[in-house]
Design a protein around this ligand. Structure first.
Ligand code: FAD
Length: 394
């Protein structure tokens, strides 16, 4: 079946796609979201997202935060240190007159809160579930999106024609978008994630510990910590092969004593780390946002928040355009330019941290010690970092 719509269509109803859709709806712009999975499929996903203070403000404006507030854990202090080296730094919310430096929430809880808000929203926002998009074709006048309707027995293929297709699929299914060039750097590192129970309570402190193998982050999450342990794939292979007791001991050895003994590790997950970005995020009638546009190392919890800022900037751009300009190159150029600095800096910043803090070269250890020392001594350096983490480049 063929449908022609005169409004934007979002491919992917993950957090970035839904934030964009809710924001468009708030501005009175009709929008359709095509999501591959069924509603609620991700509610059980425990991956821990670090929300910046700026992302909290976005969720407040969209009326999502209230449903989420009881499910987030505030980060009031960030403690940065390095193994086998001097220098440590503390960033605190109080020093910067913020209620928190950020918040930890599970992906599933965020999706539930977004869905709850969607259920209150008007008919101008429509989400279609179980409709995986299979093809995107862009011509001079419009974008044509081909998707499979898996809810129907016939599993028919339908086509949506829209002035603007917005790709927010997380970068997994539509990796190669015709006409857009992607640069990818594989770190050869994996992240091992899981919930870990410790002897001492977290007191809302997030820890970032740089080791010669890669950074280890402990994020306060409920009564426990979410662990993100990164390192070369062969190293993560070794850690994965350990039984729980040996794993907890190895973690203690790598992380040190700051939270006492590690008592219990939940189910361990693992994913490969890469830096990936589109040189240009748009062509006429098509634009890419969120993880689909850029993927970064999780070292500083930047990626997800950069994606949310993409969604908000694009929503503003669309709302400020007349309907006849949706999908127009000059409008999408404006959007792309407005995002280039924040995205570029996020990618550079995380890549820099990985390179400087995750190797054992003589001299680099001194440099990072000096960096941490400067951070602990210089209030303006801390202010810069807190602003960067909270609001991107603003
Ligand atoms: C395995 C994995 C683990 C991660 N763990 C962490 C972590 O521990 N901490 C952290 O901060 N970040 C983590 N990240 C990154 C984080 O998940 C992303 O920053 C965030 O999810 C980006 O949101 P998004 O909406 O852009 O994409 P996604 O959350 O990926 O959402 C994309 C949506 O698009 C839908 N979709 C995909 N293809 C199609 C299609 N063809 N048609 C229609 N719909 C489609 C998907 O079903 C999904 O709902 C992880 C990423 C991955 C892949």
């Amino acid at each position: 079946m063929k449908h022609t719509v005169n409004h934007p269509v979002v491919i992917g109803g993950g957090p970035v796609g839904l934030v964009l859709a809710l924001s468009l709806q708030q501005s009175g712009v009709p929008v359709t979201v095509l999501e591959a999975q069924q509603q609620g499929a991700m509610y059980g996903d425990g991956r821990a997202l670090a929300l910046s203070y700026g992302t909290r403000q976005v969720l407040e404006r969209l009326g999502v935060w209230n449903a989420l507030a009881s499910k987030v854990t505030a980060i009031e202090t960030i403690h940065v240190s390095q193994k086998k080296g001097f220098g440590r730094a503390l960033l605190s919310a109080k020093e910067h007159q913020l209620p928190a430096l950020g918040y930890v929430v599970s992906y599933g809880a965020l999706m539930q809160a977004l869905d709850a808000r969607l259920s209150e929203s008007s008919t101008s926002l429509e989400v279609q579930y179980q409709v995986p998009v299979q093809q995107l074709h862009v011509n001079a006048a419009a974008a044509e999106i081909t998707f499979q309707n898996t809810t129907e027995a016939s599993q028919s293929h339908d086509v949506f024609t829209t002035p603007l297709a917005i790709i927010a699929d997380g970068g997994r299914s539509l990796e190669a978008i015709p006409g857009l060039v992607r640069e990818t750097k594989h770190y050869g590192h994996d992240a091992l994630v899981g919930m870990v129970e410790t002897e001492l309570p977290h007191h809302n402190i997030a820890y970032e510990r740089f080791t010669p193998y890669g950074p280890i982050a402990l994020l306060p999450n409920g009564e426990q910590f979410s662990l993100v342990w990164t390192g070369e794939q062969a190293y993560i292979d070794q850690i994965c092969a350990l039984d729980d007791a040996a794993f907890l001991q190895a973690l203690h050895q790598a992380f040190g004593d700051r939270v006492g003994k590690f008592l219990h590790i939940g189910k361990r997950g693992r994913f490969p780390l890469k830096l990936s970005k589109l040189e240009q995020t748009f062509q006429a009638h098509c634009v890419v946002i969120g993880n689909a546009a850029q993927t970064m190392h999780p070292v500083a919890g930047q990626g997800f928040n950069v994606g949310i800022r993409d969604a908000m900037a694009l929503a503003e751009n669309i709302a400020a355009s007349s309907a006849s300009e949706w999908g127009a190159t000059h409008r999408l150029t404006e959007y792309h330019q407005s995002r280039a600095r924040d995205t570029g800096r996020g990618l550079l910043f995380t890549d820099f941290l990985v390179n400087v803090f995750s190797n054992d070269l003589i001299g680099v250890g001194l440099l990072r010690g000096a960096g941490l020392g400067a951070l602990s001594m210089l209030p303006f350096a801390r202010r810069f970092l807190v602003n960067k983490m909270s609001y991107g480049s603003e």
